[in-house]
Design a protein. Structure first.
Length: 351
């Protein structure tokens, strides 16, 4: 997947113009701004590069001093980055651990030091966090299932390019997609392929499946990390054709980056689920501020069109909106969608 470096200038200009409700600044011992640590999980996809660009913009509005690291999808590096934050005296930490089991000891250490943690995009399997800022990842799998099931008329074969089952996101999307297919579209065969969120691995496994099973008519990639490789493989196979062509393979992605939206317009892919990169950044910092201010939250509807749920005792998750995006904005299997040109989509403000 190509990094979003080519969009940096346009992105900065747009973010500067984004209207952000100004919340009360966090208190600090010195009377100035509070220092918080934000670990970026990776910087090799357009989605996470967008998150990285949004974060300092919201920190500035909240008058937070930002300390940042990049763990590069490595939980050992994330653990080391947290030690750096502790030594820098940060008051709170936001992170997006990709191995959601292995992060538990680090969360325990932060809890012992009374440093609140907000996790973004992923939910740890155990350990204490103040808030999880995420979307309903099971809904991602269900939306992709309903779209592809409708497009294939309940028959045929699909390749699912899974993320990583060590991640709650990979597990949620995989389990929900498989469950939906089994219940609603039993006539569709699903070939699940673990990719470890790696584009090259995804492309190689898709190539193998298309060769071994020439009747495949759909692809569900659990993140845009697989977008570039998927399109290259389809092109090599002579299958990157318009949706009206009988050879067309229906593709659903997941992220809502500008490239996906333009690919929907061009007929290269058919749908995506838009993860809110902007709101991930905004509410990660919002909840860190709330933690430092001593605020508490309960399950229920929020004032920003989301729902807070309790995932286990003492752990709440704010599930932000993540719509299905299609070329026509129609409903598929009872799932509503929005057009790829809809101005509410964050990806349409970055291109």
């Amino acid at each position: 997947m190509k990094p979003a470096t080519s969009r940096t200038t346009a992105l900065a200009a747009v973010l500067a113009a984004v209207a952000i409700p100004v919340l009360a600044a966090c208190n600090s011992d010195s009377g100035g701004s509070s220092a918080v640590g934000v670990d970026y999980p990776r910087s090799d996809t357009d989605f996470w590069n967008s998150y990285i660009k949004y974060t300092p913009q919201f920190a500035k509005q909240l008058k937070m001093t930002l300390k940042t690291t990049n763990s590069q999808n490595d939980v050992a590096k994330l653990t080391a980055d947290v030690q750096t934050f502790i030594s820098q005296g940060v008051k709170g930490v936001a992170m997006a651990p990709q191995d959601t089991a292995a992060i538990a000891p680090t969360l325990d250490q932060l809890a012992s030091k009374k440093i609140p943690v907000v996790t973004v995009d992923t939910r740890p399997d155990s350990g204490k966090v103040y808030m999880v800022v995420r979307a309903d990842n099971r809904a991602y799998g269900e939306k992709a299932c309903q779209f592809l099931g409708a497009k294939l008329g309940g028959k045929g074969a699909i390749v699912m390019l899974e993320g990583d089952l060590s991640s709650i996101n990979g597990r949620d999307r995989t389990e929900a997609f498989n469950s939906c297919m089994k219940q609603d579209f039993p006539g569709i065969k699903v070939y699940g392929e673990a990719t470890n969120w790696d584009g090259a691995t995804a492309a190689q496994k898709l190539q193998t499946d298309l060769t071994a099973h020439p009747g495949i008519k759909g692809v569900y990639m659990q993140s845009s990390f697989a977008l570039s490789g998927t399109l290259q493989v389809l092109k090599q196979k002579g299958l990157l054709v318009s949706p009206g062509d009988p050879k067309h393979v229906f593709v659903v992605s997941n992220d809502g980056i500008p490239e996906e939206l333009s690919d929907i317009a061009a007929g290269k892919i058919d749908a995506t689920v838009s993860q809110p990169a902007d709101l991930y950044a905004k509410y990660a910092l919002y909840y860190l501020q709330a933690a430092l201010d001593g605020k508490t939250f309960k399950p229920g509807k929020t004032d920003h069109a989301s729902t807070i749920i309790q995932v286990r005792p003492g752990v709440l998750e704010d599930q932000l909106s993540a719509p299905l995006v299609t070329a026509d904005g129609a409903a598929y299997g009872g799932v509503a969608s929005v057009k790829n040109t809809d101005t509410s989509l964050w990806g349409n403000h970055l291109s």
